[in-house]
Design a protein around this ligand. Structure first.
Ligand code: NAP
Length: 321
């Protein structure tokens, strides 16, 4: 089968199109013929190993699993002997950041992992883009214990995480103020944001609103900068480590004090999470935002675009044209 393979950590060029053996499903696994995947910041982080910590998952000296692509959508082609919950021909999507594999024509995954059937009426491209940004957003929203009617600020609302966060927060009943660039104001309003701050013309730190939760989905602000905007017990979460890894330090210290806190939840995903996201898609409450689409031969170009840090939502990698 054809797959994008990387045998060492490095720039986008280490990812190469190659012919590799088709995987065989174990007893408890399904074999998925992949139709669509995405190229996202998780794939980029694993490939570049820019943050050394990622090697704890991917291998210290070289990648343990050489095909990236943590998101996928496709059709089940084979099932292992003990698989009970899927059948051949099921259209499925999911997320797997342990062994990945979405950047190849076939992947295997345990039936109990974060995989479920596709939402009705959803294309492979859309289904592939449901889970990466959304599950990070979900982990952080849950950690902040957001309640109906609370004011939440989403900084960097146009990324994969930010655009999912705006929609999920609206589902949970929050009043969302979203920060984005001029070109995307209408898009972010269409995702349900109650107030949109255009960071190219307005300074978000000057807003009069006080927030129970500030979610920096792009890691470009700081706790110090956002603290005055938080309510007395407000929570700040960023998707990045911050200057000199300060977000880790604050996450360790602030829970011991009353008042404003910085949290740094460890991301995770379960089958229940992808089922939850599927249901929101079916109910029309969540729609992954799709930016550009690439195919396998354009993988380097796709990574370079993603690593500009300026994609709007998700970048799809079409495995079947
Ligand atoms: N902790 C983890 O495990 C983990 C996993 C995945 C990703 N991440 C991190 O999470 C962050 C977001 O990832 P993502 O995939 O959602 O992002 P992304 O899709 O790469 O998008 C970044 C978005 O943020 C906007 N943006 C950039 N700078 C901005 C600024 N100063 N103010 C407001 N908006 C700004 C960009 O739009 P414009 O610049 O055009 O306005 C772009 O739409 C990244 O920093 C990534 O490294 C962390």
């Amino acid at each position: 089968m054809r797959a994008i393979v990387y045998s060492k950590y490095g720039p986008p060029e280490v990812a190469k199109l190659a012919e590799v053996p088709k995987p065989l499903p174990k007893d408890y696994e399904v074999l998925v013929k992949v139709y669509s995947s995405t190229v996202n910041r998780t794939d980029s982080g694993f490939r570049s190993a820019e943050y050394f910590i990622s090697r704890f998952w991917t291998g210290f000296l070289k990648p343990k699993h050489q095909i990236l692509g943590c998101e996928f959508a496709g059709i089940i082609e084979e099932i292992g002997q003990s698989v009970k919950t899927f059948n051949k021909g099921d259209k499925v999507f999911g997320f797997n950041d342990k062994t990945c594999g979405g950047h190849g024509e076939y992947l295997t995954i345990a039936e109990t992992a974060a995989i479920t059937t596709m939402p009705t009426g959803c294309s492979f491209n859309e289904a592939a883009a449901i889970s990466e940004g959304a599950h990070y957003a979900l982990v952080d929203i849950r950690a902040a214990k957001v309640e109906r009617g609370q004011n939440v600020l989403v900084y960097g609302a146009t990324g994969a995480i930010g655009s999912a966060a705006v929609q999920l927060l609206k589902h949970f009943g929050a009043l969302v103020t979203a920060v984005c660039n001029t070109n995307n104001v209408e898009l972010i309003k269409s995702l349900g944001a109650d107030t949109v701050i255009d960071y190219q013309t307005q300074d978000f730190t000057k807003t009069e609103i006080k927030f129970e939760f500030i979610f920096d989905a792009v890691g470009k602000s700081s706790f110090r900068q956002c603290k005055p905007l938080l309510t007395e017990k407000g929570i700040y979460i960023s998707t990045e480590l911050g200057k000199n890894n300060e977000n880790i330090l604050f996450a360790l210290i602030t829970p011991f004090f009353r008042g404003k806190k910085l949290l740094f939840p460890i991301p995770s995903i379960t089958k229940q999470d992808v089922i939850f996201l599927k249901e929101l898609v079916q109910q029309g409450k969540y729609k992954p935002v799709i930016d550009r689409q690439y195919n396998l031969v354009q993988i380097v170009e796709a990574y370079k675009y993603v690593e500009l840090g300026q994609k709007t939502g998700n970048v799809v990698l079409k495995i079947v044209e």
